[in-house]
Design a protein. Sequence first.
Length: 279
Amino acid sequence: MTLIAKTILLTRPQEQSEESRNLFEKAGATVLIQPTIDILPPNDWKPVDQAIQNISLFDWIIFSSSNGVHYFFQRFQTLMNQKQYINAKIVESDSSFYENNLLNKNDAFINYWKNGKIKIAALGPGTVAAIQNLGLTVNLVPSEFSAAGMVAAFKREKEMKKRFLSIRANRGRDVLKKGLLELGATVQEIIAYQSVDRKDYNPRILDLLNTNNIDAVIITSSAIARSLIQMFGESLRKTSLISISPITSKTIQENGFEVALEAKKATLENIVDLLKKEL
């Protein structure tokens, strides 16, 4: 079955939209790309550096996005290369830990995480894949791809009064931290990357929207939703807005727009399935 909606607009950051293009093209869609946010390093690396230098103090590290995985481990490697790892008692017996480029020589890197007894939790399949691509094991993935789902998963696993390091962006809700604190956890959040709204756009995209030549716009986060609405405004009423989650849908609706379809699971694969059936 191919998509009935022939022209799809992807609105994620450039590098992520390029990765997603094939998924929709294989389903028969013509894919346009208009990034609405850019993903950048944090303004200040100090909180990340301090967390890395004291990583052995945590029981769990939580990643809510593949961007967090990328920027955190990139910084981890930078510090290792600079031999700035301070509180590394758990790997003192392995001198190669300090000498190797950890992300390229996985043995030393993986041994560190295994010996350190640090467990990894990840939100969503894209985040899981990013971690596994480093040769690491993901110990917990909630069935519901949301912060509330993550908290519920820890509660079910009785992993409550633990020490958590949460890797996040510069903006977003604090549901995860609040939920973990209510379970009696110790939580430290660090901003490993930032999302910044784009001001510029391709005029051709605006023309296509205004002439009803874009069948569906894919919206995969609240930050993207807000930036997209600032970018194209009323022209978005001439297409179908497709949301990846209830939280994203709520943001779209709070800004005065209707959601045509909402994914049952927060994945692009599920959006493709919805488009095949509904549009």
